[in-house]
Design a binder for this molecule. Structure first.
Ligand code: NI
Length: 227
């Protein structure tokens, strides 16, 4: 299952990101790719250790961790500092699955990548092509969102970015290790939580069935989560 988060970043936050990315010191995107992905990857990235990239990464994380939909879907345990990439005309990222384990730069710590996140930083009309295509059991989902919108999808998914044919496509991307490793369990928890939120708004937080469902939700999290 994949979800879109509209306005994960405000337009002001997007503008702050763009101030940095528009004048960024970009390097070959293959710097952070495994061998299979590197063979099909043609884009540029801000260096992981660039102070301005780290600062922007903090902005992106703060915005997303304050977003109930993000937390409900990802149930984050650990997170890799967001990175920033850009595709110009003719650049693309062929079909691949993201690396399963990634080191957190400068810490020696590692995370298992359960959920992949892309936050779009350019408006769809600024470039042609560049769709993020995510494959699941039901087909291929094409994603091209407004600047500030995010997409979250299981990191187990095969995906690619179509060639950009005009303009520049800039995005932030990162990975999350979830408290709930099993994607099926994560999806059920997300659906249950969304229903509870809806029932809470119509029935009230003290309604006995809302209380009971909330209890079931927390007991399932207790059953499935690692912390
Ligand atoms: Ni990828």
């Amino acid at each position: 299952m994949l979800i879109q988060i509209p306005r994960a970043l405000t337009k002001e936050q997007v503008a702050s990101c763009r101030k940095v990315t528009d004048d960024g010191r970009w390097i070959d995107g293959r710097a952070t790719a495994g061998p299979q992905a590197a063979a099909v990857k043609q884009n540029v990235q801000l260096p992981e250790d660039a102070p301005e990239a780290r600062q922007l990464g903090e902005l992106v994380l703060q915005a997303l961790f304050a977003n109930p939909l993000f937390v409900s879907f990802a149930l984050p345990l650990r997170v890799l500092p967001p990175m920033f990439n850009r595709y110009g005309s003719g650049q693309f990222f062929g079909s691949h699955v993201d690396s399963s384990i990634r080191g957190i730069p400068g810490t020696g710590a590692r995370i298992r990548t359960d959920v992949s996140v892309t936050v779009f930083l350019t408006e769809p009309e600024e470039y042609d092509g560049g769709e993020l295509c995510i494959v699941d059991n039901y087909g291929t989902h094409e994603v091209k969102l407004a600047a500030g919108d995010a997409v979250l999808y299981p990191a187990t998914s095969l995906h690619h970015v179509r060639p950009v044919t005009r303009g520049l496509r800039t995005a932030s991307f990162f990975w999350i290790q979830s408290m709930v490793r099993d994607e099926r369990a994560r999806t059920m928890l997300f659906d249950l939580d969304q229903s509870i939120q809806l029932l809470t708004s119509t029935l009230g937080v003290e309604h006995p069935e809302v209380v009971r469902l909330s209890g079931i939700y927390h007991n399932l999290v207790r059953y499935w989560a690692d912390t």
